[in-house]
Design a protein around this ligand. Sequence first.
Ligand SMILES: Cc1cc2nc3c(=O)[nH]c(=O)nc-3n(C[C@H](O)[C@H](O)[C@H](O)COP(=O)(O)OP(=O)(O)OC[C@H]3O[C@@H](n4cnc5c(N)ncnc54)[C@H](O)[C@@H]3O)c2cc1C
Length: 363
Amino acid sequence: MKSDMKIVIIGAGVAGLSIGWRLRQAGAEVTILERAQPASGATWASAGMIALAAELETSPPVEVDFARQSNALWPGFAREIEEESGQAVGYERSGALLLSDDAVAMAGRAAADTDLTFLTAEEVRARWPMLSGEYSGGLWARHEAHVDNRALGRALAIAFLKAGGVLKPAEAAVNLEYRGRRITGVLTPFTRYHGNAVLLAAGAWSGQVVQLPVTPVKGEMIALTPPPDAEFDFVGPVVWGQGVYLVPRGGRLLVGATVEEVGFDTSLSDGAVRHLRQKAEAVIPGLARWRLDEHWAGLRPGTPDGLPLLGPSHEQGLFIASGQYRNGILFAPAIAQLMADMIRGRAEPIDAFDPRRFPGAKP
Ligand SMILES: Cc1cc2nc3c(=O)[nH]c(=O)nc-3n(C[C@H](O)[C@H](O)[C@H](O)COP(=O)(O)OP(=O)(O)OC[C@H]3O[C@@H](n4cnc5c(N)ncnc54)[C@H](O)[C@@H]3O)c2cc1C
């Protein structure tokens, strides 16, 4: 596929890989520079939830609309990645259950949103008897899903490479190249890469490449495995309760997540394990017998207003796809489509997500 459009992308997370893949499918020449290994950042650390009801309860309508649009794209996106890569991504529309003590608020939300159903505590217990009785009911979000984010990262990298994209692992962008006031490429310790456009998709590290209001927000998670004689096998929906979420994944139960602003520190703490286990056991008491299988941390890309940065920057030739905070997996198909269209000049940024809503670097 010959093209006169050359794009250089900084960062091979879910954002950089999926936008790069879509651009490549549209005929652009795409090179992705990745400081470490593909999909080893927040994309790897994530819980892979495609979560609307719990994550977006207080979000502005523009973000809720974007999330709904992305959720609708997810089944086709997952299928296409699997077909192109030959790898399963574990997309499951298993629904989500949000446990709460506030029956009135839950009934109100269910009345206002046809995607949500209010279940009484008895109805919840009848369907999921392993759950504790410490709640007055649950909101059932039947359209919600989750994906194996680690498998997704691997599959996206393969799909991008199979489409003819160029991926440079262990090669960090250290500077941008300017011609006059326009950015024309990226410098790495080894060489320079020219492009008609550069896309910055470096997750929580985006603000280290250019001045951007993106800050790292640390999250620790754990995975539990059942004992051989476990009384129950939890393969049901994602469950939210007690300030944590439980995600069934490949025979394990993922429990997340802490939220801390401590810079780029990703050290692991025993306190986080205790906190997550205690909360998980308050939701499902039988988890007390489950074994700790893994403990990890990752950095979410946060922004001052909690909304993503998607679109052109103050610098000519430089686009941004960052600041997805807790929703980078949920948003992935919609971001891939929007950013690929925008970079090709076929779409305008969404005002509320326009990176230029924040001031640029001082001249
Ligand atoms: C604990 C936790 C749980 C989460 N759970 C969910 C969830 O359930 N659902 C959901 O939707 N979202 C979730 N998220 C958020 C989601 O993971 C992120 O929003 C998303 O992964 C961001 O994707 P990204 O591609 O922008 O960033 P990343 O995946 O972090 O990728 C950025 C990449 O850029 C690379 N990079 C950085 N600097 C440079 C440079 N100078 N040169 C080259 N490469 C560079 C990094 O090495 C990295 O690979 C969670 C996050 C965490 C931490």
